[in-house]
Design a protein around this ligand. Structure first.
Ligand code: UDP
Ligand code: MG
Length: 314
């Protein structure tokens, strides 16, 4: 189980306890490998998160950790965890540290895996604990993404199970602007869903404030769809047609002798076009920015420390 952690000292002891219990159950009941691990990825936390991971790691055989040199973000933390875990594991479950995702869905996910699924999505069947704002915006976002031709599993986030080969396939995607919930459906394989109720954060506060959330949402769109460019093209064509009509109309007015009367429509068109051009530029700029970051091929993460080697001495 891969658990990204950013300033999670308040929940971590409970997370270790709950996930540890589930892991022991899986080992006993489902007969999964007794060597199975929890892998906590410390994403540049500024609190005692890493200290706690180290402590738990030396206390429990099943706790391992990975420490980023700085904060690389949730998606990179997940990817790092998966890329390390895939070397040792046949199945990988990613779950947030804050226990918002019901851990009781894990045995169901494992059942689905044992039944032959390579991808098992955790899907929230109740979002009662989310604010009305968050629920509405999420709904709107899924609808928008669908319109843009991006295949997402509604109400699923980064709580899912991937088989070894599914993870290996996912790791083939070399893009830097990660939007895992959009990438996972792209890898194909047999998949299914497991439903669970979304809970309140166990402790601490959300590490996804509104600004970061919007950024993530925009990333999802611009990393997966060029529909906005087509939209601009469509709008541009319509505007050009309208201008041709306006030109004919203006020339006619001039010939008739009403010279001053064109002024207002002229002003309107200048402003309208100016605005549209600015919006177009910003959208194109967004894509250029993407190309820019992609071609740089920067490492997505640098690992500073790890505690898993001591558990795999052979
Ligand atoms: N997280 C992370 N790096 C970040 C932000 C968040 O690793 O820069 C982790 C965080 O510790 C948690 C998960 O990502 O385990 C989801 O974050 P959070 O629960 O705060 O998001 P929310 O549920 O409010 O959307
Ligand atoms: Mg959360």
């Amino acid at each position: 189980m891969v658990v990204p952690c950013y300033n999670e000292e308040e929940v971590l002891p409970e997370t270790v306890k709950e996930l540890g219990t589930i892991l022991q159950q899986l080992i006993q009941v489902k007969k999964i490998d007794p060597n199975s691990k929890l892998l906590f990825v410390n994403d540049g936390s500024r609190d005692r998160t890493w200290k706690l991971i180290q402590e738990f790691s030396s206390k429990h055989e099943y706790v391992t950790g990975l420490k980023f040199t700085r904060n690389y973000g949730h998606q990179n933390a997940l990817l790092a965890g998966m890329s390390v875990a895939v070397k040792h594991a046949d199945m990988i479950i990613t779950i947030d540290a804050d226990l918002q995702d019901d851990v009781n869905a894990i045995p169901k996910m494992v059942d689905a895996y044992l039944a032959g699924n390579d991808v098992v999505y955790g899907v929230r069947n109740s979002r009662k604990t989310d604010t009305v704002f968050k629920r509405r915006t999420a709904l709107g976002y899924y609808a928008l993404m669908k319109k843009l031709g991006v295949n997402l599993v509604p109400d699923s986030a980064d709580y899912r199970l991937l088989s070894k080969r599914a993870t290996e396939a996912l790791l083939q995607y070399q893009e830097r602007n990660l939007f895992l919930r959009g990438m996972v459906p792209l890898i194909g394989f047999k998949s299914t869903k497991v439903y669970y109720p979304r809970k309140e954060r166990f402790a601490g506060e959300s590490k996804y404030p509104l600004g970061k959330m919007l950024h993530f949402a925009l990333d999802g769109i611009t990393s997966f769809s060029i529909a906005p460019i087509h939209l601009i093209l469509g709008t541009g064509i319509i505007i050009v047609l309208i201008s041709i009509f306006l030109m004919i109309y203006t020339i006619y007015e001039k010939l008739v002798g009403n010279v001053v009367s064109g002024w207002s429509s002229l002003m309107i068109s200048i402003w309208l076009l100016g605005g549209i051009q600015l919006i177009s530029l910003s959208i194109i700029g967004e894509y250029v920015g993407k190309v820019f970051t992609e071609v740089k091929h920067r490492p997505r993460f640098n690992i500073e420390e790890e505690t898993f080697s001591q558990h795999f001495k052979d």
